[in-house]
Design a binder for this molecule. Structure first.
Ligand SMILES: Nc1ncnc2c1ncn2[C@@H]1O[C@H](COP(=O)(O)OP(=O)(O)OP(=O)(O)O)[C@@H](O)[C@H]1O
Length: 409
């Protein structure tokens, strides 16, 4: 059996020294910087993560739903889960503004921590050029930049001030992401470039996906359906990437359209491995991860779960690609979770959906994880669907040529 992840591989240096640096840094900022909360910044996460749902007053009225027997109450966003689960520290408030956070990374008067056992992945800050911030997730702030001349995305996680508990949770997420990304190499997984640790910030550098996230892409299209050929191609990219992740016995646990990026060549790259983990016996794991709209019922209910939670999420993503819409868009995330768990509600498959695609999504989001196909099978089914679409299109073009023959005069 596989062991659970071990997180002693990254040398974060002497914490006491770092705490001293931290205090020093904030003192400096207090003197000449502006301490601004980043909460007001527009988030790229249209779906709203679990922690967002809990923090968000718009779903505050759903407390009654959380208390329903089908749903276990959420813990405090900053509480740490037990056993082998991954600590997800809830939405993080940022004390530093964009510039100060970037400055905390680039300031050479503060030491750069190396990544023990991952030495080759420690980035050389002299080769890094920071650009503007362009997105904010629940945990990190994303900047554009270049590394060695290549376009990159730089994720900065700010070390929470005066809260060792939060700092530990965030650090574990950082380590989780680094260990996963350095291990996974696939054309449909965002390419890891390196990472480093400073007293105030943890930094992860990946290739920059020019097209943004699939959710942003769908929102820009004003939720119109994606052309079928493209939707199936994108779904195939995700399924191939996920088949690779599962072959290596990992679970992503947060598969959703916000975490699917579109690269310059239009292929899809799976991102955000901050809560991914090695598959182990899952008794006692907690679901304070992912996003309710995409989350499998067994995970919402704190029941043991397997890799099949990713297959469930994929079913929802496939529906999104086919319809162009946000899943359960007339509900809050918590209402959606309630409906999924207690009433078996799922998105409605459009009447004109290609039957094979309708069948894939309904099998993927089956309440019984055993019934859900594995990703290798999903890839086969989607390849068959792709062939069917191409053949139908070719036949239609041929019919069109026959009814409107070109004239030569
Ligand atoms: N390599 C990248 N290229 C382009 N955009 C990216 C890249 N990585 C992340 N993003 C954008 O930034 C957003 C947040 O990134 P990410 O999901 O890694 O942060 P997070 O703090 O873990 O957020 P969450 O857990 O809420 O998904 C993504 O939804 C995406 O829009």
């Amino acid at each position: 059996m596989l062991e659970g992840p071990k997180f002693d591989m990254l040398a974060v240096g002497n914490h006491h020294n770092y705490d001293a640096f931290t205090q020093d840094f904030y003192q400096k900022l207090g003197e000449d910087g502006t301490n601004m909360s980043m909460d007001s910044m527009q988030t790229s996460n249209a779906g709203g993560s679990v922690s967002m749902s809990v923090d968000n007053s718009s779903v505050g009225s759903s407390d009654a739903l959380i208390g329903h027997p089908g749903l276990k109450p959420m813990r405090h966003p900053y509480s740490l889960s037990v056993g082998q689960s991954v600590f997800r520290p809830g939405r993080v408030t940022h004390a530093l503004n964009d510039d100060a956070l970037a400055q905390a990374l680039m300031d050479s008067s503060y030491p750069t921590g190396g990544l023990a056992n991952y030495e080759e992945w420690t980035i050389d800050l002299r080769k890094l050029h920071m650009g503007p911030a362009f997105a904010q997730g629940a945990f990190g702030k994303l900047y554009r930049g270049t590394y060695n001349g290549e376009d990159v995305a730089i994720k900065l996680l700010e070390r929470p001030e005066n809260s060792p508990e939060k700092a530990q949770a965030l650090e574990q997420q950082f380590q989780q992401e680094v260990s996963m990304l350095s291990f996974l190499k696939h054309p449909n997984i965002v390419r890891f470039i390196g990472a480093c640790i400073k007293p105030m910030v943890w930094c992860i550098v990946t290739e920059y996906a020019k097209g943004g996230s699939v959710r942003q892409f769908l929102t820009k299209r004003q939720n119109r359906a994606v052309p079928l050929k493209l939707a199936v191609k994108q779904a195939l990219d995700v399924a191939r990437g996920m088949a690779y992740v599962h072959e290596r016995n990992f679970i992503h646990r947060d598969l959703k359209s916000d975490n699917l990026l579109i690269s310059a060549d239009r292929s899809i790259k799976i991102a955000d491995f901050g809560v991914a983990r090695i598959e182990v016996q899952t008794e006692g794991m907690t679901p304070e991860t992912g996003t309710y709209r995409w989350m499998a019922p067994e995970m919402i209910q704190h029941r043991p779960y397997t890799q099949k939670v990713d297959v469930y999420s994929f079913g929802i993503v496939l529906w999104e690609l086919i319809t162009g819409q946000l899943p359960f868009q007339n509900m809050t995330a918590v209402q959606a979770a309630f409906a999924v768990v207690n009433r078996g509600v799922r998105p409605t498959v459009p009447a004109d959906c290609l039957p094979v695609l309708g069948e894939i999504m309904t099998r993927c989001w089956d309440a019984n994880p055993e019934v859900r196909p594995c990703f290798a099978e999903v890839v086969n089914l989607l390849e068959a669907a792709e062939t069917e679409i191409m053949t139908t299109a070719r036949k239609a073009r041929f019919r069109c040529c026959m009814t409107q023959p070109m004239t030569i005069d």
